[in-house]
Write a protein that binds this ligand. Sequence first.
Ligand code: EPU
Length: 407
Amino acid sequence: MGEVKINGAKNAAVAILPATLLIDGVCTIENLPHISDVMISCEILEKLGAKITWNNKNSVTIDTRNIHTTKAPIDLTSKFRASYYIIGSMLGRKKEIEVGMPGGCQLGARPIDQHVKGFEMLGAEVTVGNGTIFATADKLVGNSIYMDIVSVGATINIMLAATLAEGTTTIDNAAKEPHIVDVANFLNTMGADIRGAGTDVIKINGVKKLKGNATYSVVPDQIEAGTFMLAAVATRGDLLIKNCITKHLDSITAKIIEVGGIVEDYGDSLRVCCKKRPTKANIKTLPHPGFPTDLQPQMGVVLSLANGTSIINESIWESRFQYTQELNKMGAKITAQGKTAIFEGVEKLSGAPVYSTDLRAGAALIIAGAAAEGTTEIYNLEHIDRGYENIEERFRNIGAQIERVKE
Ligand code: EPU
């Protein structure tokens, strides 16, 4: 049986790092994944005036006492999605911020109207244009905000902006992902007063100051854990996945059992094993606690190898089926149209040159390559490095024959 230890959550880390801007002091963050999105987040903080000291590759001490500019470097903020958290944090801390339009994976339209609506309801003026977002406020005052769409990013961003606002903010129809709870726990550890994170109503009682002077450890990455769980099923392997919160993985566990895999739950670790060909299953991606869109491509690899025909309905992103064309190059039989894809299961995949089109597509191709006969060459690794630390070594340690040929 192979063993793998799960790292801190990317999508929590990229929100907690900008959240340190709300502190007028020093804090330490541990269990940070060593990935390029985290590195860029730290670079942006430094450019704004934060002092960053690395204690080891997964722990950083951040001193945010001397934030001296409200212009975030456009070249860096445009590189990834989560740079939009600089807006909520800096509105809270300095009442003004200019950032580049957020970049990130090309998954179809990625509007930010719910973020803007939230900031405006707290009293900010927001101007979007010429590739930048400019937000300013005389002061921020708590309000009742109803989210028209369940949005992870907007929920966190409003929470950030409301932390130091006057009075109470209520977010209704909030997203409930584990990283939302983690950001709220981080802010509360630093002195905020946030209640209800993880439910669909979050209440933020504004406080005058976050004192910092504390250490916080990032929650384990549920998507990374799910990626390895699905790798075990696709390769018909046996894997012990350590350092995860198994409750966060209920929707994936349920689907693995449905396709014929075995999951043993030990609370903070899971054993996943699958000795026979998986059977078909239908999936619809949904906000937490539904099946996560960020595991849809990895599940797609399992279903491409399943006995029978499966259907995936992607309800979050417009174009998250680009990976299916790559899997078809490896012998899969997938027809994708709009937000639906039909997987006619095949008995085996065969190695081929394939292109990673986004982060989770890249993870799916690694799983497909490990399960396939022959050699698979995966290009565009920069997408994968944005979200998975040391991916090839960790797959090698659990039995995959994988090497990085070129940086
Ligand atoms: N949406 C709007 N307006 C908004 C915000 C979102 O219409 O103002 C829509 C989006 O177009 C989408 C849906 O609402 O259809 C959900 O988007 P959400 O805001 O929840 O996504 P996000 O915050 O941009 C985060 C993760 C994604 C993950 C989604 C959904 C980060 C940095 N990114 O994105 O992660 O897919 O939530 O769970 O947290 C990944 O890690 O590979 C990744 C893409």
